[in-house]
Write a protein that binds this ligand. Sequence first.
Ligand code: SF4
Length: 159
Amino acid sequence: MNKKVQIAISACLLGEKVRYDAKILPAFDKNSVLKQLNIAEDEVEFISFCPEVGIGLGVPRAKIQVIRNKQQKIRVLGVENHTLDVTTELESYAQNFFKQHPDIFAYLVKSKSPSCGYASTPLFDDSEKHAQQISITSGLFVQTILKIKPQILVIDIKC
Ligand code: SF4
C-alpha cells in the first residue's frame, strides 16, 4: 500500500474547539486546497495540531500576540499582561512536533494567528498599553518550523 501524503493542519480549521475565545470555526473546504496541490483526499493523512493548547493553555484563554521587544527580539506575550510569555514553550512545541512528524509535505495554517499564521500575523511593538502594529510576520510555530526546514510548503488559510 502506498504511504499517504501527510498534511499538518491547524486544528481550528477542522472545526475543533481550541481557539482562545472558544468559538468554533466553520470547517474549511479542504478540497479546494487539495485540488490546487493535485492530491486526492484519499491519498492524504491530515495531522491536526494546536500549538496553544499543546503548550497547556486552556480554552478559552488569554489572548496572545507577537511582539518585537526593545532588544529587537521576537516574543509571544499576553495582550493584556506581558508577564504571560509563551515564546519558549511555542518554540519547543514546534521543534518537538517537527521531530515527531518529519515527513510532513505541507502545513495548512490559520491566518493571522500569533502561533499559526503565515506572513499574515500582526507584529506589535513592546508597549503593554496601546501597542502599535508595526508590521506583518508569521506566528511563532510557523517561524520555528521554517527555521528547521525553510523549503517546507506552508499555506495560510483565511477564514
Ligand atoms: S490558530 Fe493555531 S493556535 Fe490558534 S486555535 Fe487555531 S490551531 Fe490553535
